[in-house]
Design a protein around this ligand. Structure first.
Ligand SMILES: Cc1cc2nc3c(=O)[nH]c(=O)nc-3n(C[C@H](O)[C@H](O)[C@H](O)COP(=O)(O)OP(=O)(O)OC[C@H]3O[C@@H](n4cnc5c(N)ncnc54)[C@H](O)[C@@H]3O)c2cc1C
Length: 492
């Protein structure tokens, strides 16, 4: 049984974003409303915080924002840890500016804490979490909601239009667009931020880390002291935190958007794509803020429309889809016809002799694949136009389609700053089952459409660009004995 929405949230204009996760009531004896952020790492225009303040104000209680960074989430590495801690530092500073207490803890040698969220929840009136449909943020929220003896409420912070207002049963991207587009203007207007009644300065069950006061060197030291994968280094391309997100937004409206409709699909152009996906994945910036800037920008309508289609139609479609699946990270989400035809060709001869190390390190016999993979290895991001080629090539480089799914998710999740996202699994699934079944059967792929590298190689400078991209000096992350199983990935 699930509890009804508490009255202060039921009457909120953003109520469709909020979903009770358990049957427990709000506890009047709580000392604060706990706002536990795993991925929506921003202090402003954050519906999770706004919902917490609204509930706290109605109860006469302060809000306590909590971010904990553990060492044992899948793929924890210098790259992901560093990006999250930089976002966390700005979260702390911007919460302080809003008059909200934000407490943080980073597990590391000699400073490990167990069950912090449960300990903090024990003194709360209610726990607000973000409503993420994939990966750790989903599994952990569900786990905490099942064990907590007070209300746990999930708030959608990732989408412009809350998926709940779209209704059930949308089965295609065209139907999604028809339902989604008319609702955008209404949801783009942020509700005014209300001040919190008070700042929590009471006792805590642990000694927090003061991320807000830390220098870059301090953050680096935290990452170095954590027991995580140190073989995946930070991306030199993506500056963490709000500085990076806002620079990215400036770059989008100033340099990218004016020609976006024509250049977005050209991987050889350094300013063709927005490169905002890492910031969107970690919620350092939200789609509302991005669309406000896009609307205000000087750019042709066709370019703004194209961008809105990527950010709002495609991204929010995959969020919507993931919500309908018990485990969006699992191979069985791929359409039955595609699994059938791929499995029928599982015995076909594969691309010669590629090992997991070759695939991971971008040292295969396929120059274009290596160019793609080295973007993941070095930059922690890959251009959109390369990703479909990359996903489909993995099908031919691995023993069978299920192994291909596991390897593609593994590489994307471990290396890409925007991995582990509803868009990760939705798009990898599309590289297996996107489009209609082909009439003719191809080796290995069966009726699944194949993809050439022509959209990059046939550009004027394409061959040279691919050659250089495939030979960029890249880090060589450790090679596992085998890629993680789905049981591990879906957190069961
Ligand atoms: C095999 C494969 C794997 C992918 N894995 C991821 C992933 O792990 N995380 C991720 O965010 N995207 C993923 N994508 C989608 C897309 O490639 C990236 O969102 C995009 O390349 C990010 O670069 P950008 O920010 O410059 O995007 P732009 O091309 O400038 O687009 C703007 C924004 O729109 C959204 N967007 C664009 N294309 C898509 C799409 N196809 N699906 C969903 N949202 C989209 C993103 O939020 C992006 O930041 C994948 C695509 C494929 C084919």
């Amino acid at each position: 049984m699930i509890a009804p929405l508490p009255a202060p949230l039921a009457s909120w204009s953003e109520a469709p974003r909020v979903r009770p996760l358990n049957a427990e009531a709000v506890r009047a004896d709580g000392r604060y409303v706990l706002c536990w952020l795993q991925q929506a790492l921003r202090a402003n225009d954050n519906p999770v915080i706004d919902a917490a303040i609204r509930l706290g104000n109605a109860l006469g209680l302060p809000v306590l924002v909590y971010q904990g960074v553990r060492e044992d989430y899948p793929y924890a590495s210098d790259r992901l840890h560093g990006f999250m801690l930089a976002a966390g530092r700005d979260l702390a500073r911007d919460c302080a500016a809003r008059g909200i207490a934000c407490v943080q803890h980073v597990d590391r040698a000699g400073m490990r804490e167990k069950g912090l969220v449960y300990r903090l929840a024990a003194d709360s009136a209610a726990v607000l979490v973000e409503d993420q449909p994939t990966f750790v943020a989903r599994w952990q929220s569900e786990r905490v909601a099942a064990r907590a003896d007070r209300a746990v409420l999930a708030v959608n912070a990732a989408c412009l239009v809350p998926p709940a207002v779209l209704g059930d049963g949308i089965g295609s991207t065209s139907a999604f667009r028809r339902r989604h587009e008319p609702l955008r203007a209404e949801w783009q207007h942020a509700t005014a931020e209300v001040p919190a009644v008070a700042r929590y300065d009471g006792s805590l069950p642990f000694l927090p880390d003061d991320l807000g006061a830390m220098s870059d060197a301090d953050l680096d030291a935290l990452v170095a002291a954590a027991d995580i994968d140190h073989s995946v280094p930070p991306s030199p391309l993506f500056v963490g935190g709000r500085t990076g997100a806002l620079e990215g937004l400036q770059r989008l409206v100033g340099a990218v958007l004016p020609s976006y409709a024509g250049t977005r699909n050209d991987a050889t152009r350094p300013k063709g794509a927005s490169m905002l996906s890492p910031y969107l994945h970690f919620g350092v910036i939200g789609p509302r803020e991005v669309m406000d800037a896009v609307d205000a920008a000087k750019a042709p309508a066709a370019c703004k429309d194209k961008f809105a289609d990527e950010l709002l139609s495609w991204r929010e479609w995959f969020h919507y889809r993931a919500r309908t699946l018990a485990a969006p990270e699992r191979y069985d989400r791929i359409a039955g016809w595609a699994r059938e035809t791929l499995e029928a060709h599982a015995g076909d001869r594969r691309w010669d002799g590629e090992t997991l190390a070759d695939i991971l390190h971008g040292t295969t016999q396929d120059e274009t694949f290596n160019a793609c993979q080295r973007q993941f290895l070095i930059d922690g991001w890959m251009h959109n136009n390369l990703r479909m080629y990359w996903g489909k090539r993995i099908i031919a480089m691995t023993a069978d389609p299920e192994a291909a799914w596991a390897v593609a998710c593994y590489l994307n999740d471990r290396l890409s700053l925007d991995g582990r996202d509803p868009s990760t699994y939705g798009n990898i699934a599309s590289s297996f089952d996107g489009g209609a079944p082909a009439r003719d059967e191809a080796p290995v792929y069966g009726k699944v459409a194949t993809r050439s590298d022509g959209s990059t190689r046939h550009r004027p400078n394409g061959p040279q660009w691919l050659h250089e991209a495939a030979n960029r000096p890249a880090p060589t992350p450790t090679v596992p004995d085998e890629v993680p199983t789905e049981r591990y990935l879906v957190g069961s």
